[in-house]
Design a binder for this molecule. Structure first.
Ligand code: GRF
Length: 205
């Protein structure tokens, strides 16, 4: 299955996926890496592995429709079947979600539906978990729909919140769990092991 990675930042999740592909655990082809930030480390990771990169941001276009049409064309040019968000900081246009229904996946560094939604990203997520006094946090892999951090959940796993945790220390443990988990959810999709009924995802990850 050919996938596009959408990334805006460091791309450590992308790297973990590349590593799983190289080790033979993940059967996805990285057809293209698309991002809004040309200096993103994610692009550098793509280049190191000869994965094509496309720098494309909503601000490059007169309106969302023009942006979405160009994005669709890029995805078609690379024969993309699955879109994998890996630290992508822009909203995916509705036109793309319609064309890729149940084929856009995201990873969120907390247990949705808590501690998600617009504005909750990066260390803000972990700080919100700590401020609330939650005793567990974790990772959620989910399909993407029109609402932030809302689509059907594919996979979740937890980490304990420890006494004395800071957003940085909690975030580090959550990120390690992301790296260990994202590929499993994507492999389940690539191998056809899961089905969606309503908003419930059935099948083994
Ligand atoms: C991760 O925490 C992921 O859950 C969130 O964005 C972060 C991306 O980190 N969506 P990286 O760019 O993969 O290092």
């Amino acid at each position: 299955m050919k996938c596009a990675i959408f990334a805006s930042g460091g791309g450590s999740n992308f790297q973990a996926l590349i590593d799983r592909k190289l080790s033979g655990d993940l059967h996805l082809d990285f057809a293209v890496c698309i991002g809004n930030n040309s200096s993103a480390m994610a692009f550098e990771r793509a280049r190191r592995h000869a994965i094509p990169t496309v720098h494309m941001a909503p601000s490059h276009f007169p309106d969302e429709n023009a942006y979405a049409s160009n994005l669709l064309k890029t995805l078609a040019d690379h024969k993309v079947e699955l879109i994998v968000l890996a630290g992508y900081m822009k909203k995916v246009p509705g036109k793309i979600l319609a064309a890729f229904a149940d084929r856009v996946v995201n990873i969120h560094p907390a247990l949705l539906p808590a501690f998600g939604g617009k504005g909750l990203y990066g260390e803000k997520v972990h700080q919100a978990v700590l401020d609330y006094g939650a005793k567990v946090s974790g990772v959620t892999v989910h399909f993407v729909d029109e609402e932030y951090d809302h689509g059907p959940i594919i996979f979740q796993d937890t980490v304990k919140v420890l006494d004395g945790d800071t957003a940085a220390t909690l975030g580090k443990r959550v990120l390690a769990l992301e790296h260990a988990s994202y590929w499993r959810a994507l492999e389940a999709i690539a191998s056809g092991a899961i089905v969606i009924r309503g908003r419930t995802v059935h099948g083994a990850v």
